[in-house]
Design a binder for this molecule. Structure first.
Ligand SMILES: Cc1cc2nc3c(=O)[nH]c(=O)nc-3n(C[C@H](O)[C@H](O)[C@H](O)COP(=O)(O)OP(=O)(O)OC[C@H]3O[C@@H](n4cnc5c(N)ncnc54)[C@H](O)[C@@H]3O)c2cc1C
Length: 440
């Protein structure tokens, strides 16, 4: 509840900024004032350009923006607002035509700034389409990100030039100041996010102090801060962006991983990583002494943000155990008075990580932890729960907790979607479900 007002404030500021240029031109009532479609087209373009300026702020991992929502919400919001801006800008020329601009505006107008507008719109449509359909198109994440990072600023500059010369609104000094201010602020944020901060973090990298193999395909990396610097503060369950600087021909890419250790350990933090793709397949080749650029913390998947809820149900699928491990380790270290049921789903016994440590925490009194392992492909000797987490199993395992507990889910996306459906079907209200997606 404490965060409700600040979150709302940020949303109101966002809305006010999007509507500000439309408000200004409406007040000054520039001609042609009586053509509804024309004015709507103008308003769409002004709002869409402002949305695109704000896209830079949403993507720049600004803590003030991210804190009450988490990147798990701000990144999808960024994507949805990109789609909205594209739709508004797609409608913009048609409304201008309907409002009296004439059909030649669409195709045969050869004024240079109209062509600049067309180029901006085309680039934006390509950009949005590739973001929405990257996976079906088989585009590698790094290739998509490079294109996205280069085309985004270009679209803004082209949009700025087009509106400056094509629109009557920029005969107003106030609009000129606003537009230059918007573009300048976006340029500074972009430079800070893409160049200044990475260079600063790279000057003071963390060191990988230990690489521990947890299972056949999972490793834990232990990071220590640069000499003389304290480790950053974080909440159990939060995550970090890490770029491993390993040399030896190994890839140097930024990836996000949960911090699997508890913040109670002041000297270091860890991430536990499963070899699941082309970058993570190299995680076992990391060596003590390798450097790491770390940006953290992010996210809101922490029991500490729910001080009023004693009864918790954690549902983990595979490597989705990592944020729960950080939460449980913290509860153990501070002897938190919580009652937790952990449903931990894996394919086979050899995929279970942290099994012994979980048993030890469950053997203590605080937290009051019960662990249930569920295997989808168990061996002959397995006597525990088998199969998938279906409604009957969830109902049987959770019992009365369905009516009172706070649910935390961190599983592969299809499993998360299916569990959400099941929990809703079993009457668990949305506000008692917290999600962590392992894909932003
Ligand atoms: C909040 C959060 C916490 C996570 N915590 C953990 C954890 O504790 N342990 C763990 O093993 N995994 C974790 N992941 C998942 C991990 O980030 C991905 O598995 C990893 O980035 C995939 O990289 P890859 O190149 O090996 O896989 P690929 O198979 O190449 O990529 C799989 C998908 O991962 C995404 N991805 C790939 N490269 C990047 C990148 N450089 N930046 C961002 N996304 C990318 C893309 O959506 C891609 O389609 C977490 C993810 C998120 C969002």
């Amino acid at each position: 509840m404490a965060n409700a007002w600040p979150a709302r404030t940020r949303i109101l500021i966002y809305l006010a900024l999007v509507l500000l240029p439309v408000f200004i031109v409406t007040i000054y009532n520039l001609p042609p004032p009586d053509l509804f479609a024309y004015n709507l087209g103008r308003a769409f373009a002004l709002a869409a350009f402002t949305i695109m300026i704000l896209q830079v702020a949403l993507a720049a991992r600004v803590k003030w923006i991210e804190r009450p929502f988490g990147l798990n919400l701000t990144f999808p919001f960024h994507r949805n607002m990109g789609v909205l801006a594209a739709l508004l800008l797609l409608a913009h020329p048609f409304l201008m035509v309907l409002g009296g601009g004439g059909w030649k505006l669409l195709l045969v107008d050869n004024t240079w700034y109209i062509w600049v507008g067309r180029a901006a719109l085309l680039l934006l449509l390509i950009n949005v389409s590739l973001s929405l359909w990257r996976l079906p198109l088989g585009l590698k994440f790094e290739t998509w990100r490079l294109g996205h990072n280069l085309s985004g600023p270009l679209i803004l500059v082209l949009g700025f030039i087009h509106s400056w010369y094509a629109s009557i609104d920029f005969t107003l000094a106030l609009m000129q100041v606003l537009w230059v201010g918007f573009l300048g602020a976006a340029a500074v944020l972009y430079w800070h996010h893409k160049f200044y901060r990475p260079a600063r973090l790279r000057r003071d990298p963390y060191t990988v102090a230990e690489v521990r193999q947890e299972s056949h395909d999972v490793w834990t990396l232990k990071f220590v801060p640069p000499p003389g610097q304290p480790r950053f503060d974080f909440l159990p369950g939060q995550f970090q962006f890490v770029t491993l600087l390993r040399g030896r021909g190994l890839p140097e890419e930024e990836h996000h991983f949960t911090i699997s250790s508890s913040p109670t350990l002041a000297e270091f933090h860890t991430s536990t990583i499963k070899a699941s793709g082309d970058f993570t397949a190299t995680i076992g080749a990391t060596e003590p002494g390798d450097k790491a650029v770390v940006q953290a913390p992010f996210g809101r998947f922490s029991y500490l943000l729910h001080p009023e809820d004693r009864d918790l149900v954690f549902i983990a699928g595979g490597i989705g155990i990592t944020p729960f491990m950080a939460n449980l380790r913290h509860m153990r270290d501070v002897q938190a008075d919580r009652r937790v049921l952990l449903l931990y789903a894996n394919k086979s016994e050899r995929d279970i990580v942290f099994r012994e440590e979980l048993d030890k925490i469950a053997g203590g009194s605080k937290p009051e932890l019960k662990v249930v392992h569920i295997l989808s492909r168990p061996g002959e000797a397995w006597e525990g729960e088998k199969g998938r987490l279906d409604p009957q199993k969830i109902e049987r395992l959770c019992g009365e907790r369905l009516g009172q507990s706070l649910f935390f889910l961190c599983c592969p996306p299809p499993m998360t979607r299916s569990l959400l459906e099941i929990l809703r079907g079993l009457g668990v209200p949305e506000k008692r479900i917290s999600l962590e997606y392992f894909s932003l």
